[in-house]
Ligand binder design. Structure first.
Ligand SMILES: C[S@@+](CC[C@H](N)C(=O)[O-])C[C@H]1O[C@@H](n2cnc3c(N)ncnc32)[C@H](O)[C@@H]1O
Length: 222
């Protein structure tokens, strides 16, 4: 999955960037995600799987010029776009690393971690959530944003659209893509990650967007 995902996102970086920045409603969602990190000016925030950097300007708005924003991703192609998009800020850094082994020293716990549309790509999403919680300073916030099947009464057409988007946006060479229950697998991973965050957090905020397809969970970790 790891190499397939890097090849896929590297190849489609430009198209992904358009979707990540121009999809109707996406700017509001990214601002909400940055706000849910509950940052103060001067704080340090890490985004896991930052892709082309679509969240980084909103995180930078929250920490101000004296704070630090670190975007981390393992795909070179998307990181190049993220670097260009944030070149005007000297306190926004883009790093190539594996989000499941984040290079954050224990003693340097960060104030917040954000991961949008990432945990569904990980082999062990709940384990990654544990690692991210452990990388926070006491009282820090972890925020997850993901798409999953809607549970609303008008869900069938929304979920049909969701299944199509999942099939198109899953790297074509992965076994996952040929699984008959692709969106079900993604759903389970997302649920595992959000449930683990709820279990670890002392205070939780939860919102849904886009007809119940997009879920935002934020938690304070002591
Ligand atoms: C669907 S994109 C989301 C990008 C961005 N967070 C956004 O909201 O636009 C998923 C990103 O996660 C990255 N990714 C997936 N698994 C990763 C891992 N283990 N370590 C680092 N990056 C990872 C991919 O390279 C890709 O850029």
């Amino acid at each position: 999955m790891t190499e397939d995902a890097q090849a896929f996102y590297g190849r489609w970086a430009r198209l992904y960037d358009l979707l990540a920045t121009r999809t109707p409603g996406i700017v509001t969602l990214r601002r909400q995600a940055a706000l849910a990190c509950r940052l103060e000016p001067g704080d340090t925030v890490v985004e896991m799987g930052c892709g082309t950097g679509a969240n980084l300007p909103y995180l930078r708005e929250q920490v101000g010029p004296e704070g630090t924003v670190i975007g981390l991703d393992f795909t070179r192609g998307v990181l190049e776009r993220a670097r260009v998009a944030t070149a005007e800020y000297d306190n926004v850094h883009v790093v190539r690393a594996d989000a499941t082994q984040p290079p954050i020293p224990d003693e340097d716990g960060v104030d917040a971690i954000l991961a949008t549309f990432v945990v569904g790509m990980l082999a062990e999403p709940a384990r990654a959530v544990d690692q991210w919680c452990d990388a926070l300073a006491p009282g820090g916030h972890l925020v997850l944003v993901n798409a999953g099947r809607s549970e609303r009464w008008y869900a069938p057409p929304v979920n049909a659209l969701f299944r199509g988007v999942v099939a198109l946006s899953t790297p074509p060479t992965t076994r996952l893509r040929y699984d008959r229950d692709l969106s079900g697998q993604l759903d389970r991973k997302v649920r595992d990650a959000h449930d683990r965050l709820r279990a670890r957090a002392s205070a939780v905020a939860h919102e849904t967007h886009a007809g119940g397809v997009v879920r935002l969970t934020g938690g304070r970790i002591e």
